[in-house]
Design a protein around this ligand. Structure first.
Ligand SMILES: Nc1nc2c(ncn2[C@@H]2O[C@H](COP(=O)(O)OP(=O)(O)OP(=O)(O)O)[C@@H](O)[C@H]2O)c(=O)[nH]1
Ligand SMILES: [Mg+2]
Length: 259
């Protein structure tokens, strides 16, 4: 049974780059991985996709035909893709890798706030084991308020998909050591993040409430990676195996319950 890894996150957080580097990593460890490009608007990919949604819908064409802007066209394209889901699923089922990596578009509303994203993903994945990676742009979350918003968005995605989820802080190669240390501190101790928020007095929650909230938001595993140096990919793989295989043998695992 293949495992499905869904790569999600805000625009530019590194989904496409990580999808490529993760496939390389798995292949270097003698595991077979296939990438499904689920972004109908992407122009250039750093990897060669095994399945490409652009064969089913063309966001640029949708934009011109219906006079839509880039975001509207993306959302309309995903709606159109949902209508072709059986063909897409058949193509995916024709492949037999150990892992499918699904690279998604950065328009988070498709997954966090609309039906389409979960419908498409659930149809593709069926009853197979899955994990979602929620990518958090490391350069953004040196700012504690941005980290709080990212964690809230990650929780929104989890609330819609209900997949086992790992938060992945990307671009660590671009973050100075002392700032990286701060991010570690925030994740190790939610209280330090609550303490670091700017103007918490203007938030509707009291500091105690923020601390409680952060405790819940930080229940997800978190891994830091650089897609450039490859640092952190060992830890990401270990976290994925914990979620996907629970330490059990690949072939003896029971599939996930039907969602
Ligand atoms: N230095 C560095 N750059 C990175 C890393 N990951 C991604 N990038 C760069 O960040 C930019 C955006 O990366 P993408 O992989 O296209 O991000 P994405 O999340 O797929 O973007 P969208 O699909 O547009 O939402 C590219 O210029 C990447 O080369 C990283 O770990 N380190
Ligand atoms: Mg991308």
């Amino acid at each position: 049974m293949p495992y499905y890894i869904v790569v999600l996150g805000t625009a530019g957080s590194g989904k496409t780059t990580l999808s490529g580097s993760l496939r390389e990593y798995l292949e270097d460890h003698s595991l077979d991985a296939a990438i499904v490009n689920l972004d109908p608007a992407v122009e250039k990919l750093p990897y060669d996709p095994d399945v490409d949604v652009r064969d089913y819908v063309d966001a640029r064409e949708v934009m011109e035909k219906y006079g839509l802007g880039p975001n509207g066209a993306l959302i309309a394209s995903m709606d159109m893709l949902a209508l072709k889901i059986n063909d897409l699923r058949e193509e995916i089922e024709g492949l037999r890798p150990n892992y499918f990596i699904i690279d998604t578009p950065g328009q988070m509303e498709v997954f966090a706030f609309r039906e389409t994203g979960p419908i498409i993903l659930n149809s593709i994945i069926g009853e197979n084991r899955r994990a979602s990676l929620f990518l958090i742009d490391g350069l953004q979350v040196v700012n504690p308020n941005n980290l709080l918003s990212s964690l809230l968005l990650s929780a929104s995605v989890h609330a819609r998909l209900a997949y086992p989820q790992i938060n992945v802080v990307t671009k660590t190669d671009l973050i100075p050591g002392d700032e990286l240390g701060k991010i570690d501190e925030y994740f190790e101790d939610p209280y330090s993040l609550a303490e670091a928020l700017n103007s918490p007095g203007y938030l509707i929650w009291s500091k105690d409430e923020i601390e409680l909230l952060l405790e819940k938001l930080m229940l997800f595993d978190v891994v830091k990676v650089s897609n450039v140096s490859g640092e952190g990919l060992d830890e990401l793989y270990a976290a994925l195996q914990r979620v996907l295989a629970g330490g059990e043998d690949y072939y003896t695992e029971e599939p996930n319950p039907v969602l």
